[in-house]
Design a protein around this ligand. Structure first.
Ligand code: SAH
Length: 224
């Protein structure tokens, strides 16, 4: 039943232009979103809408996950940093691209995802374990505006909470030719940006679309 609904949603995201590449389409078809939403909302798992996951936070709408993952141009083998693990769903989708279930483990990349709320660190770990992504995604508890220097540098960085500006540690922890996808703006309206780092380390910003995310709270984000 969920599989049919998942297929219908992915077909809609393709029609609407959010999901385009084979990698992303396959990942969206593979990851069971029903395992990442609260049990009482499971009937809404394949609606294209954000849903509450507790602690005042949300799992992003599927079209936003598709759009951000396409913009990131992830490749198998990439090392990815996500800020804002939340439910763990977006991390699982990205893990399915950089470490496809169908590829040999030696070729797998890895996703590190940082979360500041302890209860959500535990939720993301539990969801990722149930969905079979525990060995492709590492959930780290902490302030993601500081990045995650232990595993830097990263090929790609995805921020799933809205920032007042790009946190400097994220720029530093990105490889040359790397990409950052981040919503930047004020607390109630932001624009999604694609930031590309040149070979020489210069950052080029492209404004993609208006969007609305929960705030990024931390040292280089908003105050609590
Ligand atoms: N990617 C998530 C959506 C998460 S919503 C998913 O697929 O479900 C954004 C998350 O960012 C929230 O869980 C929030 O607690 C977290 N967050 C906000 N500021 C943060 C920070 N400085 N470091 C790490 N996580 C942060």
């Amino acid at each position: 039943m969920f599989e049919e609904r998942r297929r219908a949603l992915v077909e809609k995201l393709v029609r609407e232009g959010y999901a385009r590449s084979e990698h992303v389409i396959n990942a969206l078809l593979r990851v069971p979103r029903e395992l990442f939403v609260p049990e009482e909302l499971v009937e809404l798992a394949y609606e294209d809408t954000p849903l509450p996951i507790g602690f005042g936070q949300t799992i992003s709408a599927p079209h936003m996950v598709a759009l951000m993952t396409e913009l990131a141009e992830l490749k198998p083998g990439h090392k990815v940093l996500e800020i804002g693990a939340g439910s763990g769903y977006h991390a699982a989708v990205m893990a399915e691209v950089v470490a496809p279930s169908s590829a040999p483990r030696e070729e797998w990349g890895h996703v590190y995802t940082v979360e500041r709320i302890k209860g959500l660190v535990e939720l993301a770990r539990r969801n990722l374990r149930r969905a079979g992504y525990a060995d492709r995604v590492t959930v780290v508890e902490g302030d993601g505006t500081l990045g995650y220097s232990e595993a830097a540098p990263f090929d790609r960085i995805i921020v799933t909470a809205s920032a007042p500006h790009l946190p400097p540690p994220l720029a530093e922890q990105l490889k040359p030719r790397g990409r950052i996808i981040i919503p930047i703006g004020d607390k109630y309206l932001q624009h999604l940006y694609l930031i590309v780092k040149s070979e020489e380390g210069k950052l080029k910003y492209s404004k993609i679309t208006p969007c609305l995310f929960v705030p990024l709270i931390g040292r280089y984000g908003w105050r609590e």
